[in-house]
Structures are given as structure tokens and as C-alpha cells.
Design a protein around this ligand. Sequence first.
Ligand code: SIN
Length: 275
Amino acid sequence: MEPSSGALGAEVVGIDLAKDVDDATFEEIYHAWLDHHVLFFRDQGITPEEQAAFAARFGELEAYPFMEPMSGHPHVIRIVKEPETKFNFGGGWHSDMSYQERPVKATLLYALEVPARGGDTLFASMTAAYEALSPGMQTLLGGLGAVFTASKVHGAAGLYKNADHPMTMKGDTVRAEARFVHPVVRTHPDTGRKGLFLDPPHVERFENMRIAESEPLVEWLGAWATSSEFTTRFRWRVGSLAVWDNRCVQHYALNDYPGERREMHRTTVAGDVPY
Ligand code: SIN
């Protein structure tokens, strides 16, 4: 296990995910995942079936609601950016599917085609970001709930309705307009550690506050939570797989490879109601 930064991330060596990972080895992987928040595996050669099977070791699989899955693989979506498209998927700090009543627990992303340079993914530890706040700010945030929704991204006038978007999104207006309140400071159900749970593209406002009242603090917190000290950056190669814990991590897919193609396979694992 080679840690990739002071805040989070570690590369796992010596594991072939195409072969059966025995229970004792998986237990070690799972504990390392809880410690490091995001794990990276290099030089894998896995099929969508093998990816889904490995993901299912982390928990029950959950399909992404706004895109058709790969044919024959209901829990794997293709995340593709074509050379001629400008927009990329996940190009802003966020936590996957946080707009649901039960935001997803884990995401597994596997690289099939990567640009010659660029296309890295950034990760930020929400545990580190919370722990570095002043006691006064921790107390203030501890009493706050935030209203999460997919509306700003997947709603009728949302970002992903942009015609330039490289991937076909399913219009699911009911789900896009749903709203759920989650605590801004979340307790990790496996470790008991507290962390920020804030995802600016999917947060409308704080509970019982107006958008205008919430916005400055949401913006400040978003910037704080993704300060360089709390991050790591992963350079993809074909065959790399990352698995991150959305309960304590935000991530950001960089869009810095114009004219090149990038293709990934993504699987998500169901989570609990945050508390
Ligand atoms: C995502 O947000 O799930 C995609 C991340 C990436 O493509 O690097």
C-alpha cells in the first residue's frame, strides 16, 4: 500500500482483480479503503462483469439514474468524452448521487482509454477538511442541514441539458426535481469519524434558509473543503481502477485534454441515509 498524499489516497500493489480476491484479502482492502478513502489499482484487465463483481464486494450495486447502462451490464455506465466535445462528465467538485435519499457509498471507475496527457481526477478528504475547521465553525455547521437536489445538473434547465454534452442523459424529471435534506456534518457509518457532506452542484441551500442567505457559506465551504492540503490527484493509465468512498470524499474530473478521447466504466454501490 503506497499512500498518495498526506490527506487521502493509496495505491494497492500486487492484486489482480480479474482473479478471485479471497475474503481475507478483501477484508484488508476494505480496511485500507476506510483508512485512505480512495484506493488505486494499476495495470488491471477487467471486463464489465468483473468490475461489477468486485464492486459488489463493497455492498449492493445501485444503477445511475440519469444514463442508460451498458447493454447486458445494468450496473456499469460508460463515461466517454469524444475528441470534439467540450464538456466532460463530473467536471466540478462533487460527491456521487448525493441528491438521493440514500447517496451512494462507493464508486468504482476503470480506465479503458486515456488521453496522452491530462484527464486526471482530483479527490478531496471531507474528513480532513472538517477536522481542520475551527471548533466554532464545527459547532455552527453541526447544526445545519442542506437541501440536496439533482435539479441544477439534471433538471429541465440543468447543466447536462447542454447540447454539447458527450453522453446521452436520461430525462428523469421526477428524480431530478426531488429534494432531500442531509446533515452538513456527516458521521461515517463505518469509522464513526465526522466529515463535511457538501456538494455545491447538488446543494440548493441550507435547510430553513433562503438561497441568497446560504450561498456565501456554501461557496466558502466548497472552496475550503477542496483546499490543496486535503486533496490528491490521480494520473490514469489504461487499466487503472479507482474506488472511492463518497461518504467522505469529493472528486473532480479534470477537463484539460481537448481533441483527445477518454473512456471509463463506472459502477456505484448503494449507501445509507446520512446522519
Ligand atoms: C465521475 O464524476 O464519476 C467521473 C470521474 C472521472 O471521470 O474522472
